[in-house]
Design a protein around this ligand. Structure first.
Ligand code: PGA
Length: 250
């Protein structure tokens, strides 16, 4: 039985005051939800704050990106071990916004996945096709290419140490999430592709769903057999909404 995981992706939102109110509300609200796992991925400057508030609560925290190298002359970059210094369990890797705005290639994303595991974090590897690719009937092709960049380079045994998140780009931030059956079909496609290499890993692997997961569609999405949790952007910034999604997972 795979245990569900709900991860908040705050993106570039928050400040010390608002974060404290949100994190305090999550700590209080999630106390009684013990049947799933929960995490928040906060902007890097607030990792210290997240650590201070969440330590010992059962809610995990993580970052939204990191450099693929362990150290070096990379002005403005954050090394994996720095995230470890602030207790990060997770790091989002290859989010579509980074692939698009920061031109992160499949190759770079795979390297980051590998480095995250090496230092002891769980990378959340994001996969997802654009609207154009979807309309051209190329969704599976794109997702397979993104997955294979990690799978064929590092193998199923390494993939098992991370988490996958399928986030169709056409659903992100639009308020119009994928229909549950449509989400399920792609999650199943991903799991079967991993199963071609290793059935046990495929069976255990968590595949989260992202892209306008809201209070209104969370329960339906989470009831799909291959949807193992959610990566939540917009609705992770409002305690009441995030808690309702967590409750659906619980
Ligand atoms: P959204 O973002 O929930 O606001 O669509 C999800 C994500 O980009 O991870």
């Amino acid at each position: 039985m795979r245990r569900k995981l709900v991860v908040g992706n705050w993106k570039m939102h928050g400040d010390l005051k608002a974060n404290k109110a949100l994190l305090d509300a999550l700590v209080a609200g999630l106390r009684s939800y013990r049947n799933a796992d929960y995490a928040v991925c906060v902007p890097a400057p607030y990792l210290f704050q997240a650590q201070a508030i969440l330590q010992g609560t059962g809610i995990a925290w993580g970052a939204q990106n990191m450099n693929q190298f362990e150290a070096g002359a990379f002005t403005g970059s954050i090394a994996p071990h720095m995230l470890m210094d602030f207790g990060c369990s997770y790091v989002i890797i290859g989010h579509s916004e980074r692939r698009e705005f920061c031109h992160e290639s499949d190759h770079v994303v795979a390297a980051k996945f590998h480095t995250a595991i090496k230092v002891g974090m769980k990378p959340i590897l994001c996969l997802g096709e654009t609207r154009e690719a979807s309309e051209a009937g190329q969704a599976e092709e794109v997702v397979a290419r993104q997955l294979d960049a990690v799978l064929s380079r590092f193998g199923a045994q390494e993939l098992r140490r991370g988490v996958l998140a399928y986030e169709p780009i056409w659903a992100i931030g639009t308020g119009r999430g994928a229909a549950p059956e449509r989400a399920q079909a792609m999650h199943e496609f991903i799991r079967k592709r991993v199963a071609r290499l290793d059935e046990t890993v495929a069976e255990e692997l968590l595949i989260l769903h992202g892209g306008s997961v809201r209070v209104t569609n969370a329960a339906q999405l989470l009831s799909m057999p291959d949807v193992d949790g959610a990566l939540v952007g917009h609705s992770s910034l409002v305690a009441r909404e995030f808690l309702a999604i967590c409750q659906a997972a619980n």
